[in-house]
Design a protein around this ligand. Sequence first.
Ligand code: NZQ
Ligand code: ZN
Length: 384
Amino acid sequence: MENFVFYNPVKLLFGKGQIANIAAEIPTDAKILMLYGGGSIKSNGVYDQVKSALAGRNITEFGGIEPNPHLETLLKAVELIRKEGIDFLLAVGGGSVLDGTKFIAAAVPFAGDPWDILAKAAPVTAAMPFGAVLTLPATGSEMNTNSVVTKWETQEKLFFSSPLVFPRFSVLDPESTFSLPPRQISNGIVDAYTHVMEQYLTYAVNAPLQDQMAESILKTLIAEGPKTLADPQDYDARANIMWCATMALNGLIGAGVPQDWSTHMIGHELTALHGLDHAQTLAVVLPSNLTIRRDRKSQKLLQYAERVWGIIEGTEADRITEAIAKTRNFFESVGVRTHLSDYGVGLDTIPVIIERFEQRGFTALGEHKDVNPEIVTKILTLCA
Ligand code: NZQ
Ligand code: ZN
């Protein structure tokens, strides 16, 4: 196992009715800014629950944060916070609202151009405190330090990470996700699954606990995903999916093991350039990525084949091929298409992505730092 530091201070309030308990988590004299997206929280009752939990508190609102949150919108919130002297943020929504809030939290005290935090990896040395009420299980943003922001003007989607943007607390009430359309539930299952694969499907470093935790999350997603799609009001199935998504990217399964993340890096370009949902990009890229890099990942692919899919017959090559096919079929079975052509994207996107990667210095991705432009080209060609 590799050396690691594990730190995760996020307090989780999980389960039915937990939104009612947020007042105790926010200082009584705080000037709160409640941030949300396009309005789903107003139609599913979450907005009312938050307002009633915080009755009597000093609370201002900022709505309209888009999916794949736009820098341009987030900077308006930064201005409002500075003007109004807001000192606590409350993100209410999916990963986009949470990520947007993390960026805002870091941008408010930042001296220069806040886009530099993502574009130039400018260090974050301070951030505002914030809490979260999560309404979409997928990203793990509720319990991690990552934030992904899109600069609309240039169609660039970049991320930053800082321990200063851990939420102080996150509420996970599965009932607040019952209103999700099937597409977003499907997306959440695929995103969480791929988060596990980025941390698990690399090479063995004798870390059986991390491996078996990862395999458990994958198997739970495979078992519970179809249940929660078939019956969106099934509380237990949704609770299990929600907990899987959090556990998939809160640092635990990735501690002490090599990590890949090239599927995500390629996927972010497809969202930025073609507007695919985040999870749609992953469903397209992951099966091809595993196929192109199957030789160096063979040991883990065989383990995955056996332990997650029960594939024990056939040659090693056959088992690996079947495990990758099962992965693709699972994504398709939960409703996320797996080819670029399904989204009307042609292979003419490849040189554009390669050029962007070269400009940004993304020329040595993956657990072995061997995912260079040539490999990315092969992966994307296979995505057709
Ligand atoms: O904007 P509203 O009206 O709230 O509608 C949203 C949005 O249209 C809707 N929605 C959310 N909760 C709902 C609901 N509709 C009905 N009922 C509810 N309970 O769902 C739509 C999508 O929301 P969004 O927040 O964009 O989805 P998701 O949670 O999948 O977040 C995606 C973003 O997170 C980033 C992605 O790149 C993308 O920008 N990621 C963040 C990560 C992290 N912080 O660690 C890691 C991930 O790999 C990912 O990159
Ligand atoms: Zn993701």
